[in-house]
Design a protein around this ligand. Structure first.
Ligand SMILES: C[S@@+](CC[C@H](N)C(=O)[O-])C[C@H]1O[C@@H](n2cnc3c(N)ncnc32)[C@H](O)[C@@H]1O
Length: 327
């Protein structure tokens, strides 16, 4: 620790993080504080469940025993180590990280949706089905960012639970619905768009599923999917990589390449594929989110072992968009 560069940082906002005194010790802290309100930048490396996170704080240093006004760091700042604000996802930056983390069911849903939406044309007033919407973060995002009406359809999460999660976000136009993806309770041709974030892999890989789903789109309607993907088909690898197998087992056979999806959809002639690409940042985004979830919960996220072992070799996301032909 360089003299003049330490501070009163305490990480007791999260139980497993050490207090500043544990990190620095009073003898190192004391010479660092030369003036009562000296602005400083503290640059420190904190081990988070085996992952070193480099963090920077800019604030006023004080010493607890010298300053009756001393406010513990944890009371002044949300003690978040993993940064979830990203230049690449300006719309997602507007959403409260605690709310998103409380609704966690997989990778960062808004980052995936914000990227996918670049390949969709969503306009105010459109009817959108958010299929496999979980606790509803993506439905809120769709309604707020694009002014669309959203039917938030999910199987595992009860509509009341989704509604409670959505309620804090001050948004109209989201209707939570209990629905099984193969028995959707909607009229044919009802939706302008169907969006599916990190859920299609559970039900959408069967050959007949696209034909079933597009019935619910208007002519000219759009389908957008973001789904875990591998850079090489498991069929071509000839095996499921160990670190992936350990977490998801055989279910990884539903994690296809973008090219697989393009062919699977195009060959039907039921839709025109307008995008089928792998995310460059997919693995890294997923890792960042899993680290943030670990930090938030105070226990290691189940996906971290897999993601750390992968290092972006196999894992990312496929971003898929298609349009039903106009009548
Ligand atoms: C990993 S979670 C993702 C939830 C949400 N989209 C998100 O990104 O936070 C997968 C979701 O798919 C839904 N799902 C899985 N199988 C389904 C099915 N057969 N019908 C409808 N929803 C299904 C689950 O209920 C679950 O909420």
């Amino acid at each position: 620790m360089r003299a003049g560069c330490s501070a009163d940082v305490e990480y007791d906002g999260l139980r497993r993080q050490p207090a500043a005194e544990e990190l620095l010790g009073p003898k190192e802290l004391e010479p660092a504080v030369t003036r009562p309100s000296q602005p400083i930048v503290l640059d420190i490396t904190v081990p988070v469940e085996g992952t070193d996170q480099r963090i920077e704080f800019n604030h006023l240093p004080t010493l607890r025993d010298r300053n009756s006004q001393h406010i513990p760091f944890s009371a002044r700042y949300a003690a978040r180590v993993v940064e979830l604000k990203r230049d690449e996802y300006p719309r997602s930056n507007g959403y409260d990280a605690e709310w998103l983390l409380n609704g966690d069911m997989g990778p960062h849903p808004l980052w995936l949706l914000e990227d996918l939406a670049n390949d969709l044309d969503l306009r105010p007033g459109m009817r959108v089905l958010d299929l496999g919407s979980g606790k509803g973060a993506t439905s809120v995002f769709l309604a707020k960012e694009y002014g669309v009406q959203v039917w938030a359809a999910d199987l595992w999460i009860e509509p009341s639970e989704a509604a409670a999660h959505i309620a804090s976000q001050d948004v109209d136009g989201v209707v939570p619905v209990k629905a099984e993806a193969h028995a959707l309770p909607f009229a044919q041709g009802f939706f302008d768009a169907i969006v599916c974030i990190d859920a299609y892999e559970y039900f959408g890989t069967a050959d007949g599923y696209l034909a079933y789903l597009v019935q619910f789109l208007k002519p000219g309607g759009q389908l957008g999917v973001a789904t875990p993907a591998l850079r090489t088909e498991i069929r071509d690898l000839g095996y499921i990589p160990d670190h992936i197998n350990k977490l998801v087992g055989w279910e990884a056979i539903a994690w296809h390449t973008a090219d697989w999806w393009r062919f699977q959809w195009e060959i039907t002639e039921l839709v025109e594929v307008t995008a089928a690409r792998l995310q460059e940042s997919g693995w890294h985004d997923w890792l960042t989110w899993a680290q943030a979830v670990s930090e938030h919960r105070g226990s290691r996220d189940g996906a971290l072992d897999m993601l750390e072992a992968d290092q972006g070799e196999h894992l990312t996301f496929a971003i898929l968009a298609a349009r039903k032909p106009a009548a």
